[in-house]
Design a protein around this ligand. Structure first.
Ligand SMILES: [Mg+2]
Length: 176
């Protein structure tokens, strides 16, 4: 909560991968009967985001959505996510994000994404989503890094818009 107070600009939506981002295992290797656990900071982060009115979603390429869903249910966090896209795909999550965007109407530039795989991070950040590679699951350090990179990207976007409008107004005067 304190970390979030440091940032004036919060994303409208935070999207999480599941395996090795929210929890420390591949759920396809687990049984539905087990009781899963999250990374130590994960639950606190989810509740703090919820408290701040930030929406949350899941983008996972797990081949076992039934196990993933059972675990989300058992952990009591399933209802926290406005969108849950869990399906295997070769597009490295760009189709997951298209679906999330269609469902939520939130622009990609208003999203922050956490994942433990480079091959997902690059294509998704090319869509305009601020994307953070996590090394040891989502934790307070990754959250701080994500919020700070999100603010920087927002500044850059604003600057880009200002420059574009300056250019278009100067070209307007040239035409006269
Ligand atoms: Mg993963």
């Amino acid at each position: 909560m304190e970390i979030m107070g440091l940032f004036q600009l919060l994303p409208r939506l935070v999207v999480f991968d599941l395996d090795y981002t929210l929890w420390p295992f591949y759920c396809e290797c687990r049984s539905k009967r087990e009781m899963p656990r999250l990374y130590p900071d994960a639950k606190g982060i989810l509740y703090a985001l919820k408290d701040k009115g930030v929406k949350m979603a899941i983008a996972s390429r797990s081949p076992t959505p039934d196990i993933a869903n059972t675990f989300l249910d058992k952990l009591g966090i399933k209802s926290m996510f406005v969108a849950q896209e869990i399906f295997s795909s070769h597009t490295h999550k760009t189709d997951h994000f298209q679906r999330i965007h269609r469902r939520t109407n939130i622009p990609y530039t208003e999203m922050l994404f956490f994942d433990d795989e480079d091959r997902n991070i690059d294509p998704v950040s090319n869509m305009g989503v601020t994307s953070i590679l996590v090394g040891n699951g989502v934790n307070l350090g990754a959250l701080r890094q994500g919020l700070s990179k999100f603010s920087q990207n927002q500044e850059k976007n604003k600057q880009g818009r200002r420059n574009r409008s300056k250019n278009s107004s100067s070209s307007g005067t040239e035409e006269q």
